[in-house]
Ligand binder design. Structure first.
Ligand SMILES: Cc1ncc(COP(=O)(O)O)c(C=O)c1O
Length: 376
């Protein structure tokens, strides 16, 4: 174990991935016309428990497509957590709307529902909760606020395939939801995304804008009434996706076992904290994020990362808050205000290796190193 490199995340492709990809190639159906696209969409919708699913070529454009399907654009504001991956904010900028930041909760690291209402203005059109690291947001509270102020909810579930809030999966918790299938995600297509919804109207909009606004009746007169996008997923990617979703419960279980093992092995180490699990939430542990309190642990986050790197254990820093992003400042976002929880996470947090393929002895090894280093 000593010298073995442990990557932060690797894909697990243990089902029909190769068989389906070979079929796509052998039959020549390699673009977005091909049976795997439809089959993957149907199977993913079924997995989430929603009526409609529209595949895309990545998660960032899935978010953009979700926003434009709701009619969000210039002059509108969309509320997002300050602690998220930049794609949540950029997708809003693509529409011409303005991302507005809300700090996250210190225990769940998700948007803090108690701070949302003070950010609502006459221009607010939607809230975009992000189920960070696979942990679903406090949806009852968010839905209550959305209803009171007549706002849409777009969930950024890029990191939380199969996660549940009160027994309901992400994908079925909002008006519209976007997923990513990047190679490090719990379900992957290499690059890919999906928009899911129960609204026929939003579904049709997503189909229309995703395919250059070709008419949905299939006519090909090359007259386009609106400006659309080419966000299509290829049949090759969908072939991988179908094989992945066929084994979605298996892949989810692997992540959950890893997450639980990390928490069990590190529970008595002073000064290291995970997102706090609560009984009505099923966290799928996309990434095992660790928060280090240097005063208690005795070492800083950066010291620990360096130590682990020297022991060939790969890790990643947490996201930097949206209020610190030069790109969003240039775009015109309001960068004022304090986001203490986001800042604390960004300074003291990092992810541990989290692949579905991790072996128990690898997790034990990583935890042993973290314990050892604390005592040094
Ligand atoms: C929270 C979040 N939103 C959006 C995305 C964007 O997904 P993609 O990389 O597939 O474009 C990611 C990707 O990691 C993410 O973590």
């Amino acid at each position: 174990m000593e010298n073995k490199f442990i990557p932060v995340c690797e894909p697990l492709l243990e089902g029909n991935e190769l068989k389906y990809v070979s079929e796509a190639i052998k039959t020549g159906w390699i673009s977005s016309n091909g049976k795997f696209v439809k089959l993957f969409e149907e199977k993913f919708a079924e997995y989430c428990g929603v009526k409609y699913a529209v595949s895309t070529c990545n998660g960032t454009v899935a978010l953009h497509l979700a926003l434009i399907s709701l009619g969000i654009g210039k002059g509108d504001e969309v509320i997002i957590p300050c602690f998220t991956m930049i794609a949540s904010a950029f997708s809003i900028c693509y529409t011409g709307a303005m991302p507005v930041f809300v700090d996250v909760d210190k225990d769940t690291w998700n948007i803090n529902p108690n701070l949302i209402e003070e950010k609502i203005t006459a221009r607010t059109k939607a809230i975009m909760p992000v189920s960070i690291f696979g942990y679903p947001c406090e949806m009852d509270k968010i839905r209550k606020i959305a209803k009171k102020h007549n706002l849409f909810i777009i969930e950024d579930a890029a990191e939380s395939h199969g996660a549940e809030y009160k027994g309901v999966k992400t994908g079925n918790l909002a008006d519209i939801t976007a997923f990513s299938f990047y190679a490090n995600k719990n379900l992957t297509t290499g690059e890919g995304g999906m928009v899911v919804t129960n609204s026929e109207n939003f579904y049709k909009n997503a189909l229309y804008y995703k395919n250059l606004c070709f008419p949905l009746d299939g006519s090909r007169n090359y007259i386009h009434d609106d400006i659309g996008f080419n966000y299509r997923m290829s049949n090759i990617h969908a072939a991988i996706g179908l094989a992945q979703v066929e084994k979605a419960d298996y892949y989810r279980e692997k992540r959950i076992l890893n997450g639980k093992m990390y928490r069990e092995l590190l529970k008595d180490v002073p000064g290291v904290f995970f997102q706090k699990d609560i009984d009505y939430v099923l966290n799928v542990y996309w990434m095992n994020g660790l928060f280090i309190d240097p005063k208690i642990y005795g070492k800083t986050r950066n010291d620990l990362i360096f130590f682990l790197k020297n022991k060939r254990v790969d890790t990643r820093l947490f996201f930097t808050g949206m209020h610190k992003q030069e790109s969003l400042k240039k775009y015109g976002c309001d960068m004022k205000g304090d986001y203490p929880v986001t800042d604390n996470l960004a300074t003291n947090g990092f992810y541990l290796p989290s692949s579905s393929s991790l072996k128990p002895e690898e997790i034990e090894h990583v935890c042993q190193l973290i314990k050892e280093y604390a005592k040094n």
